[in-house]
Ligand binder design. Structure first.
Ligand code: NAD
Length: 497
């Protein structure tokens, strides 16, 4: 049995709590790995290492920080395949998809390489005679990141490269379901020359998270995960006086207007609904078919869905891998069953799938549900699996009202050839990320990522300019270098002339 430990103070540290969590290979169902679950005392050791490292790291020059980040970028690039293989082994997604995840994470390292541009500050000269005012941004100190299972490399990379580029030190608590990628990211950062203690990884569960949330030396918390936990993280972190951004779950709608190219729309619906087995916070889980295109569109999606090749992520022929755990697979299947009872038409039922040679794997086929009532659990909940709901709407107005009445507002997309309708949609829709003929509009690294409503708790989106703002705080310095003749007593409030 392989054990995954912690990475603290620039070195691997064995778990000392005696508690371990199982890490499965979702394709085989075997548990050949376990992960150490940190005690509060072990979290304290990691925070202390980060606090100690912060004393020097905050003063390390921008050019040295970026030199390390450039080396890190090169090392990640050289190890893409290896990191992707770690992701596939523990998460289950197919290798090409895991490579895509690493590539999107790399984008944020590239953003961090350009941090000197983002930290330039502002200067106004002669605001009063001989007086200059500068606005600068400074690091916060020790910041923590808590990340979900579905992007074990990309989501940590959304956080720590920006945080450390800004001069903070970092304690990462990755998902206990697939922790190996995070440890490898930390090892490579050390190889790139990142000083010990600047990036630490503590593995663990709620015990570790709760300690990070209450620890007096943690200044800020970035969280990505499900909505109930995001809400909890935000309130606990605020209670303990911390800055917090907590990204939650989603139910992303793709609106298809009657003038859309239905083949293109069907291709995109398939890719966005079933890629990574639907375990993406930006997955399309609802298609809203407007007007009389519903039957055609559903047929086109169904034809494509039944042709998908499902198998282990290590097989280059597989287009979709297994789900993360057996329990999750069974829960996803239960939504397909309940949808039928609650009035949906099950056009494609993937729940009975078995994959030859992998009888114990956590596989499920893809499912397509049509005419799903908005009261059905399959519509109301985030399923986080390869289940696509289709809802019919008579008009654009009915469709937008449906989308805007969702409690989530992460991503959304419109498929149309009508520029006016697309423009209206982007202004009217209540979601943080909008795609126009783009089904998964994950912003590039230099724009920020974040949803609205129950998809994000906090004011800052993640990475891009918002990331830099989140990991720094402002300071305004007013300066005068007086001549002896400038003296004199004046108790009046200073005026700018
Ligand atoms: P999760 O909320 O179960 O876990 C996320 C993290 O929180 C993990 O590190 C976990 O150890 C920790 N955690 C879990 N339960 C906790 C508790 N009771 N107290 C304290 N900490 C706890 O999420 P997940 O299942 O790993 O990931 C899937 C979810 O993440 C989906 O809802 C998905 O939409 C969401 N997600 C959102 C985004 C986004 O950007 N909005 C991105 C990726 C994933």
């Amino acid at each position: 049995m392989k054990t995954i430990d912690h990475w603290i103070g620039g070195t691997a540290v064995e778990g000392a709590s005696g508690a371990y969590g199982p890490v499965y290979n979702p394709a085989t169902g075997a548990q050949d790995t376990r992960v150490a679950l940190a005690s509060t005392a072990e979290v304290d050791v990691a925070v202390a290492a980060a606090k100690e490292a912060y004393r020097e790291w905050r003063h390390v020059s921008l050019s040295r920080r970026t030199a390390i980040l450039y080396r890190y970028r090169e090392l990640l690039d050289a190890h893409r395949d290896e990191i992707a293989a770690l992701i596939t082994a523990e998460h289950g997604k197919v290798h090409s998809d895991a490579l895509g995840e690493v590539a999107r994470g790399l984008e944020i390292v590239e953003l961090a390489c350009a941090i000197s541009h983002k930290l330039k500050g502002e200067l106004s000269t002669e605001v009063s005679s001989g007086v200059d005012v500068a606005s600068i941004r400074q690091p916060l100190g020790v910041v923590a990141g808590i990340t979900p299972f579905n992007f074990p490399a990309m989501v940590p990379l959304w956080m720590f490269p920006v945080a450390i580029a800004c001069g903070n030190t970092f304690v990462l608590k990755p998902s206990e379901k697939d922790p190996s990628a995070a440890i490898r990211l930390a090892e490579l950062a050390a190889e790139a020359g990142l000083p010990a203690g600047v990036l630490n990884v503590v593995n663990g569960d709620k015990v570790a998270v709760d300690r990070l949330l209450e620890h007096p030396d943690v200044a800020a918390v970035s969280f990505v995960g499900s909505t109930p936990i995001a809400r909890y993280i935000q309130s606990r972190a605020i209670e303990h006086g911390k800055r917090v951004q907590a990204l939650g779950g989603a139910k992303n709608h793709m609106l298809v207007l009657p003038d859309a190219d239905l083949d293109v729309a069907a291709d995109n619906a398939i890719n966005a609904a079933y890629g990574s087995a639907g375990e993406r916070c930006m997955a399309v889980s609802v298609v809203v078919a407007v007007g009389d295109i519903g039957d055609d569109l559903v047929k086109k999606i169904a034809d494509r869905a039944t042709a998908l090749r499902i198998g282990p992520g290590t097989d280059p022929a597989s287009e979709m891998g297994p789900l993360i755990t057996r329990e999750h697979r069974d829960k996803v299947a239960s939504y397909v069953h309940s949808a039928r009872e609650q009035g949906a038409e099950v056009v494609v039922d993937g729940t009975g799938l078995t994959v030859e040679g992998y009888p114990e794997g956590f596989f499920i086929g893809v499912s397509l549900l049509d005419k799903v009532p908005v009261s059905a659990d399959a519509y109301r909940d985030e399923i986080f699996g390869p289940v696509l709901c289709v809802v019919r709407a008579e008009t654009y107005d009915e469709a937008i009202e449906l989308i805007n009445s969702s409690r989530w507002g992460n991503g959304t997309a419109i498929f149309t050839r009508d520029g006016g309708a697309a423009r209206r949609f982007q202004l009217e829709v209540e979601a943080g990320m909008v795609g126009v003929n783009v089904p998964i509009p994950v912003p590039v690294g230099y724009h920020s990522f974040g949803g609205w409503k129950d998809s994000l708790f906090g004011d800052h989106h993640i990475y891009g300019n918002d990331g830099v703002h989140f990991y720094t705080r402002g300071k305004v310095v007013t300066t005068r270098w007086p001549d002896p003749s400038d003296g004199g007593i004046n108790l009046g409030f200073p005026r700018n002339h």
